[in-house]
Design a protein around this ligand. Sequence first.
Ligand code: C2E
Ligand code: MG
Ligand code: MG
Ligand code: MG
Length: 288
Amino acid sequence: AAKKAGRNRLVWFDASMERALQARNAVEAGLRSGIPNGEIVPYYEQQIDLATGRLLGFEVLARWEHPTRGLIPPDIFIPVAEETGMIGDLSLSVMRQAFEQARGWDAELSLSVNISPAQLKDPWLAQKIVKLLVETGYPARRLEIEITESALFDDLDLARTIIGSLKNQGIRLALDDFGTGYSSLAHLRALPFDRIKIDRSFVMSMAENSESAAIVTAITRLGDSLGMPITAEGIEDGAIAAQLQAIGCHKGQGFHYGRPIPIRQVRTLLAEQALLPSGRAEPAAPDD
Ligand code: C2E
Ligand code: MG
Ligand code: MG
Ligand code: MG
């Protein structure tokens, strides 16, 4: 009986692996046409000055607007794009759209874009990003690049060279999802980071979990000592926003301030706050 159960389990496992493989292949095939067709688009999540409530900019988050399947989140397609070597094209496509959409916004607003580990193996990455900035007219000093801790394992020398070229252009660098990776503190010195983003798992649990609150406080102090400002992600309510502000955390994002939204809704939001270029945000003068 044990043998039979074992065999059944194996059969079930095979079937579920088969389904997973088919789903993955469908994602891969879909991406091959979807990336050049512009189906992967930027969504924007507000980043807020916690002390004043002022809008500082947006994190750019990729979404797949699939013609038949609807909106697909990045956890489904980013890993497949990474494994199949399509992440570079995907990322540049999303960045190009975001730079074109954001170039006319208020000069104080910045964009944060996510870069995958695999992209730091492309010796031409910096040149490609600089070319996009030149072609779209989006200024380098309003761009921040986010790299997660796991990105820092492979070819550190090449990563350093790429990051050095980007920083020479005035692009800033943030360490994303800080505190979740292996030997987080070592990563802080691996690359010249300008900012630390505390992983949302600590922020989301800080109201009910005093250890999480202590960790967020400690990371904020660490950032202060190192001259690296902190962004807290995953702020879901006002109580946590107030707690972070009391700790002295500078910048935050999360569903409390707004979910990631498409460009149409960003334009509405910016018009309400008069952050579009004056020609578009204000009514034309009578003698125009
Ligand atoms: P991330 O860079 O850490 O992005 C933050 C994620 O947290 C986003 O998920 C965002 O929607 C979610 N989030 C923000 N605020 C809250 C909140 O208050 N509560 C909760 N529960 N979640 C919140 P999303 O958009 O699903 O992205 C997941 C991850 O996919 C991102 O994590 C990033 O690592 C990756 N990703 C997204 N777009 C790109 C991209 O263009 N390129 C690369 N390489 N990775 C991307
Ligand atoms: Mg990020
Ligand atoms: Mg993050
Ligand atoms: Mg993440």
